[in-house]
Design a protein around this ligand. Structure first.
Ligand SMILES: *[C@@H]1O[C@H](CO)[C@@H](O)[C@H](O)[C@H]1NC(C)=O
Ligand SMILES: *[C@@H]1O[C@H](CO)[C@@H](O)[C@H](O)[C@H]1NC(C)=O
Ligand SMILES: *[C@@H]1O[C@H](CO)[C@@H](O)[C@H](O)[C@H]1NC(C)=O
Ligand SMILES: *[C@@H]1O[C@H](CO)[C@@H](O)[C@H](O)[C@H]1NC(C)=O
Length: 462
């Protein structure tokens, strides 16, 4: 119905406050333009105001925004769409928490009726539940939720409790972000029945239990972030079914076991982070399958194996972090083929032998940390390389390393000049400086070995 009457604003407000469940006519003076009226379904409008009252006490929303979907008179953080078929506006997106969006009151609780808005596609609730404890609740018999594509509840320090399994009734969900809250309990397997899911981010919560095998059901997943929780157990092999996965971040949990043999099947992977866990043992064969990998971050795991040669064939690698993990043996010279490498962290391992001479050819590298290993021989870098990396090059804590005199005048990289025993004590200094970040058993082990080696080797012998 297109209202052609023209009311004064005052009259509209009065009418609305008395009969707010009735359709409200357009205040547009020029009905001839055939701009659709701001009609909303009365039930939808009432649901919307109830949501506002649950979350926000900024103002009396019924009075200040009687036509919240009316173009030009809607509040920030609401989006609506006009549907000609029913001549109604429908709410499609709601944003709460940070300016300019409506702020949340201290007593805000989770607005379960938000899932009753029949055309809602996106919900963003950011820094909203910060005072009174709130829990996610999704109505069990939910008739309307099929439209919701994005649910983002982020940085709500008072959002507690478990992730309700009923979340699986949101069948169209493509993006589910529950990051930086205080959610506890296990990841409900029901989440993995959401077959449209493209991004799942549960990072920075207090989730426990293991990664469910059912994870293999979300075949459209492109991004999976479970980092900074308290997850235990192994990575399920079934993860290899997620063939279009580009980002996998499982860092900072307590995950154990080997990296599963199915990981090399994830050949779309660009970002892969396993840092700060308890992974150990041999890498799976076939790592060369990860031909799109640009970031491989895996520091702080008790691996205690040699570095995998195959990483040298991942030509797109830009950042490789394998520090604090007990790696032994030589640094593979194959790593000099990683021409796009910009950052390499191998510090705090038990690596021995020479720095591959080809490293001098890594023209994009700007950060290289090889400190606290058992590397020896002459550093293969000339003064222009040393100058280019400056403070981002750290070779300290390798008592067997020395710099050729021609390169020595550049920066202090924590290494003595070859044949100059007088300044050798300076090579020990950086160790003291970096004793603070000791973390894992493997580190302690490496340090104990390092001290033994110091006592044994004495001075640089190049
Ligand atoms: C290396 O980086 C450059 C510039 O970003 C890019 O054009 C090139 O494709 C990359 N090489 C590989 C092997 O990914
Ligand atoms: C470094 O690159 C140059 C020029 O591409 C090549 O001739 C040389 O063999 C490379 N050095 C190593 C050790 O790979
Ligand atoms: C230093 O080494 C690089 C790479 O091997 C080379 O391109 C450059 O010319 C060298 N610079 C000097 C000053 O010798
Ligand atoms: C290299 O790693 C050590 C830890 O062993 C750390 O203290 C130091 O700051 C790092 N240096 C650079 C340049 O990243």
């Amino acid at each position: 119905m297109l209202c052609s009457f023209s009311f004064s604003l005052q009259l509209v407000l009065t009418l609305v406050s008395i009969l707010h469940s009735f359709p409200v006519c357009s205040t547009n003076q020029n009905a001839a333009e055939k701009i659709p009226s701001s009609n909303m379904d009365p039930l939808e409008l009432e649901t919307l105001f109830k949501i506002m009252e649950t979350l926000s006490s900024d103002q009396d929303w019924r009075v200040s925004y009687p036509n919240p979907c009316q173009p030009g008179s809607s509040w920030p953080g609401i989006e609506c769409r006009y549907t000609p078929s029913d001549n109604h506006f429908h709410v499609t997106r709601l944003d709460f928490g940070t300016p300019p969006n409506p702020a949340c009151k201290n007593s805000a609780t989770f607005p379960a009726h938000i899932f009753h808005l029949p055309h809602l596609e996106s919900i963003f609730i950011f820094q909203c539940f910060t005072q009174a404890p709130a829990r996610i609740s999704v109505p069990a018999n939910n008739l309307f939720t099929s439209s919701l594509q994005q649910l983002s509840l982020r940085s709500n320090s008072a959002l507690i409790g478990t992730i309700p399994p009923q979340i699986s009734s949101l069948k169209s969900l493509q993006i589910l972000t529950l990051s930086q809250n205080k959610l506890t309990g296990e990841i409900p397997v029901e989440i993995f029945s959401l077959s449209s899911l493209v991004h799942l981010d549960l990072s920075y919560n207090i989730l426990t239990g293991s990664i469910p095998l059912e994870i293999s059901n979300v075949r459209n997943l492109v991004g999976l972030d479970l980092s900074y929780n308290k997850l235990t157990g192994p990575i399920p092999s079934a993860i290899g079914s997620l063939r279009i996965l580009q980002k996998l971040d499982l860092s900072s949990n307590s995950l154990t076991g080997k990296i599963p043999d199915t990981i090399p099947q994830l050949n779309s992977l660009v970002f892969f982070a396993l840092s700060n866990n308890r992974f150990q043992g041999a890498f799976p064969s076939g790592l060369t399958g990860l031909q799109n990998l640009q970031y491989f971050l895996m520091d702080n795991n008790p691996m205690f194996v040699p570095l995998p040669l195959e990483l040298g064939q991942l030509k797109k690698l830009q950042e490789l972090r394998l520090s604090n993990s007990g790696y032994s043996g030589a640094i593979p010279s194959a790593y000099s083929q990683l021409m796009n490498l910009s950052s390499l962290s191998l510090e705090n391992n038990r690596l021995s032998g020479r720095i591959p001479t080809g490293f001098a050819n890594l023209s994009r590298i700007y950060h290289l940390n090889l400190s606290r290993n058992f590397l020896d021989g002459i550093v293969p870098f000339n003064s222009s390389f040393l100058k280019r990396l400056g403070r981002n090059l750290d070779l300290s804590g390798n008592p067997g390393l020395c710099l050729s005199p021609s390169a020595a005048n550049a920066f202090d990289v924590g290494v003595v000049v070859c044949g100059n025993s007088k300044s050798s004590s300076s090579s020990i200094k950086p160790l003291k400086k970096s004793e603070a970040p000791l973390k894992s058993d493997s580190t302690l082990f490496a340090v104990a070995l390092f001290v033994l080696t110091l006592l044994h080797h004495g001075l640089c012998s190049c």
